[in-house]
Ligand binder design. Structure first.
Ligand code: NAD
Length: 402
């Protein structure tokens, strides 16, 4: 069939298998081009677990570990294979493409698909690690999920993106029509705040580390990483000071708890504050598409724009394994800052000035809405250069067996 993106209410409900494959390959090639620089690092991991491995920052982390360091990985994600009526999810094709490339390179990689929050998937991951004889010295926690069922109680929690305390309204842009508009959100209830912390906070990160430690699968001196975002003050009412920010504060507070709870293993837990990038969920958050479009324009003009692969490449080579002064460079709160280029004062001042003056007429000059739209579609395998979207494609196309 001929596959075109099916976008409704800023959500894309299908994926292009070949586009996902080419896009995954592009990320692999980016890291392979930098492989010689990994060889010279004073430290390196030997076996890596990536929880949330199929898209975004998790996929980039797995690609960095596999093709930068050449080490075996286990990956966990929640993706859907294609069915008679639907394409697979982007992450399903990405995983298959990644595994095909890892297999070709002779680097062990196994992916477990299922609910990472559940006891069953943790047990399955532990079993697979034992079968492969892996003892992890890096565990990356990169889940982004709208729901979580608490394994202890069976209660399902739903995360929301809402302000806390008062309603928020701000300007936003529809990346698909290019129209500027206003969006408002009512404040979250206390139950919504608590539920978002349950889903996106650090509780499950700690459960994973505890399960792996109990199974004896963490190497001495293991590092574990979770990802977070801070962003500029103009996004705080909806992000940092909102429901998601509350969950991120919990995630960030989990790192020192892990360090003391697993001190006998010499475990080091880090939260890395990454750059804002377009993902499947960022299109639906008010202000964020307008902010990211302006950010991209300013960073591209300065030649400092990065994607997930570039961020993770810098995380591994300049932060986690750089051995700088015998440690990992962190901010006053113990966090790794990969958002340093985004948060540069000059960049933020320029964004603020532009956002204050953006009109429908000057939007194309001050912001890069098209990049937002293209990156969003590319995360679903569309708008990938070199892919012929007029050609027939079988949604069952499996990069691993092709
Ligand atoms: N995208 C950004 O701008 C940005 C910036 C800074 C930090 N972060 C953080 O990085 C992390 C990853 O975000 P992303 O943007 O790469 O997200 P993403 O949506 O691209 O990836 C999420 C991953 O989680 C997996 N997943 C979701 N629910 C699951 C479940 N129940 N069981 C197993 N796997 C599940 C998905 O399969 C996927 O692999 C998040 O913590 C996010 O807050 C993102």
């Amino acid at each position: 069939m001929i596959l075109k993106p099916m976008v409704r209410n800023n959500i894309c409900t299908n994926a292009h298998p070949r586009g996902c494959e080419v896009e995954t390959r592009r990320q692999i090639d980016y890291i392979l081009a930098r492989k010689p620089r990994y060889a010279g690092l004073p430290e390196r991991p030997t076996a890596v677990l990536v929880i949330g491995c199929s898209t975004g920052y998790g996929l980039a982390s797995r690609i960095g570990a596999t093709f930068g360091f050449g080490v075996p990985t286990l990956g966990v994600s929640y993706e859907k294979a294609p069915s008679a009526t639907k394409t697979g999810t982007p992450g399903w094709y990405n995983n298959r493409s990644f595994e095909a490339a890892a297999r070709k390179a002779g680097i062990p990689a196994k992916t477990i698909d299922g609910d990472a929050y559940s006891k069953e998937i943790k047990a399955e991951t532990i079993k697979a690690a034992k079968e492969l004889g892996l003892s992890f010295d890096l565990v990356v926690y990169s889940l982004a999920s709208p729901v979580r069922t608490d394994p202890a109680t069976g209660v399902m929690y739903q995360s929301t993106v809402k302000p806390i305390g008062e309603a928020y309204s701000g300007r936003t842009v529809n990346a698909f029509t290019g129209h500027l508009g206003e969006a408002s959100l009512e404040p979250a209830t206390e139950a919504e705040v608590a539920a978002t912390v349950k889903v996106m906070g650090g509780e499950d990160w700690e459960l994973w580390i505890a399960a792996l430690a109990e199974a004896g699968l963490l190497a001495k001196g293991v590092k574990t990483l979770a990802y977070s975002y801070v962003g500029p003050a103009l996004s705080w009412p909806i992000y940092r000071d909102g429901t998601i920010g509350r969950a991120k504060a919990h995630l960030e507070a989990t790192a020192p708890n892990l360090n003391s709870r697993f001190a006998s293993l010499g475990l080091k837990a880090y939260v890395s504050i990454n750059k804002a990038l377009v993902t499947r969920s960022s299109a639906v958050i008010p202000i964020i598409p307008l902010y990211i479009s302006t950010l991209f324009k300013v960073m591209k003009e300065r030649g400092t724009h990065e994607d997930c692969s570039a961020q993770i490449d810098r995380l591994f080579r300049d932060r986690l394994y750089a051995g700088k002064n015998g440690g990992v460079p962190v901010d006053a709160e113990g966090r790794i800052r990969l958002d340093d280029l985004e948060m540069l004062q000059g960049v933020q001042a320029e964004i603020e000035a532009r956002m204050a003056h953006i009109t429908q007429e000057n939007l194309g000059r001050l912001a890069d809405v098209d990049s937002f739209r293209v990156d969003f579609l590319r995360a679903h395998g569309f708008e990938v250069p070199t892919v012929n979207y007029e050609a027939e494609i079988d949604p069952d196309y499996d990069p691993l067996s092709s």
